[in-house]
Ligand binder design. Structure first.
Ligand code: SF4
Ligand code: SF4
Length: 234
């Protein structure tokens, strides 16, 4: 038939005597394998193999690794539990439970914020979707787990730590300058965009809501408290 490759026609219908003897075919395969081995031994210095972890590949400036949740100066999470990252996540690996924050300006905060790192595809959509610049990704990709449970990062493990930037630096996020491919050296000090805090100040001074305490709120509840909110969660 014209235009159609008949794959079946290329497969020998009948095995030859040598093929049916089996051992000659094994020897033929071993000859190829041993040939590659000898060639590589002779050209050890030019092997494309990277001797990890002593040698490491340079990743692109757009690389995205483990997530962190950014905090305000008072130690509370910047996250306002708006669920936009959860909605944007194609792997559906983010679980958020919102609580009412005692500070009017913050409105809500995440009582539970879990990311299942084994389901995450590190696309960064959650970072792009966040209106508060509250979730970032680092360039750290060295994560090993002994159980599925280990791979679920909750608030304690997601909270940003000083060593996050020192260890691997920050991954791409939309507010990087230029074309976004080059992380600034002082990413941690970059102004937070969007939202300069003006709206927060207006809400605190002009829209006092009954039953809310305006003023410094407590630190967000540690994730151990999460279990009381959603005891079915592991
Ligand atoms: S990086 Fe992508 S897959 Fe991973 S949590 Fe964010 S949106 Fe979901
Ligand atoms: S999009 Fe940002 S503010 Fe909203 S829930 Fe996710 S991390 Fe929190």
């Amino acid at each position: 038939m014209s235009g159609v490759i008949d794959v079946g026609a290329r497969v020998p219908r009948k095995l030859t005597l040598l093929q049916r003897l089996y051992y000659p075919e094994i020897v033929r395969g071993l000859r190829v394998t041993i040939g590659h081995l000898l060639r590589n031994l002779a050209n050890g210095r030019r092997l494309p193999t990277i001797q990890y972890p002593e040698q490491r590949r340079n990743y692109s400036g757009r690389f995205r690794g483990r997530h962190i949740l950014k905090t305000r100066e008072d130690g509370t999470f910047k996250c306002v539990a708006c669920y936009m990252c959860q909605q944007a996540c194609p792997a559906e690996c983010i679980t958020i439970v919102a609580g009412e924050h005692p500070r009017v300006a913050y409105e809500k905060y995440p009582v539970v914020f879990d990311i299942d790192m084994l389901r995450c595809v590190f696309c960064g959509f959650c970072v792009d979707a966040c209106p508060k610049d509250a979730i970032w990704m680092t360039r750290d990709h060295e994560m090993a787990f002994f159980s599925r449970q280990d791979a679920i990062f909750s608030l304690d493990r997601l909270r940003e730590k000083p060593e996050d930037s020192a260890k691997a630096g920050y991954g791409y996020r939309p507010y990087y300058p230029g074309d976004g491919t080059t992380p600034p050296t002082d990413a941690a000090r970059m102004p937070v965009l969007p939202g300069s805090g003006e709206r927060d100040r207006l809400r605190e001074t002009r829209v006092p809501l009954p039953g809310r305490v305006a003023g410094p709120g407590p630190l967000n509840a540690p994730s151990t408290a999460n279990r009381a909110v959603n005891p079915s969660r592991p």
